[in-house]
Design a protein around this ligand. Sequence first.
Ligand code: NDP
Length: 353
Amino acid sequence: KTLAKAMVFSEFGNPRDVLRTASYPLPQHSDNEVSVRYLASPINPSDINQIQGVYPSRPPFTHDVSPSKPSAVAGNEGLLEITGVGKNLEKLYSPGQWAVMASTNLGTWRTRNNLAPNQLIALDKSAFPSIVEAATLTVNPCTAYCLLKKIVPMEKGDWFIQDGANSMVGLAAIQLAKHFGFNSINVIRNRPDVDQLKQQLYSMGANVVITDEELMNRAWMKENVPKWTQGNKVKLGIDCISGRVATEMAKYMSEGATMATYGGMSRQPLAVPVSLLIFKNIHFHGFWVTKWKSENPKEYEALVLEIQELIREGVLRSANTKLIDIPESADGKSFYDTFLDAIEQHGKSIIQF
Ligand code: NDP
């Protein structure tokens, strides 16, 4: 039996209070399973919300990894390598192959596991410039793709406006939009080195990058939006932040346009001016990739493979991520400490096992 380690929780709460390391012997895989080693697992905002108990999708608490207390392994996204193949699966998989998770709530903040075929989507590792692109493929690029393609029919030359443009979803939306021929107005928070960040977004394919403070300047926006869009429609809003920024963005969308809110990073509600509803017929929607995946598993698998090809072609690249190493020999305390430090850092951390 191999010894595995995982970050687990048995009750909901603040990650520092409820997470703990579990070390457990992993049984030999069955004839209908593969054994896997996790290569890298990101820490996404929804993973934290799940531990806090404020996320609608909850993993089951079981005795699988912690006989003393029913527990769930944290984390939903991750890249794994197949290390052993059950007798009945030898035609489907081979050791060394990469795969990602076919659904959520499978617990990816762990070193090893045994999985059934319906829990994985196999990748072609030659498509990926690094493990980062593969480890972060199933949540943010899939969300960006769905937001651009499934909310309203967008045609080449159409515009969208998005806040949180430097989030992982935002960066993927910028790159995919360039590939699809859509134009983007991108809102980021002001900061001391804002020109550097603006430059980075332009280099990825953004058409316009503005700060939240510039967005609030109505006279300046009213003058500039028509200059940028040259009479083309702003058909879509993509909202990661909610609150005042989202309200303000909606004012620059064309008549009949739709705003899709997918995140609430400001923790503020979205106030909708009545005039936007009555006189401009702006539609307000939400989007949740977890629900979309669970309702469309075949389409989701096809999307993962399409995004793999976009990564191979160089359309999509990861940026602004921190890869944090945990050696397999790490003891329980340093496993916990490394995870907690990563959780409490600002920005996107990916744990490399
Ligand atoms: P990232 O960590 O990559 O990005 C977070 C973004 O939020 C950055 O742009 C950051 O900007 C901004 N931000 C952080 N704190 C605040 C704040 N207090 N006020 C305003 N902006 C803030 O995250 P992801 O791209 O992984 O996720 C972004 C959001 O999208 C999360 O809420 C996540 O849950 C959600 N999401 C939703 C999905 C869905 O299906 N609905 C799927 C995927 C993600 P700055 O650099 O200025 O701090």
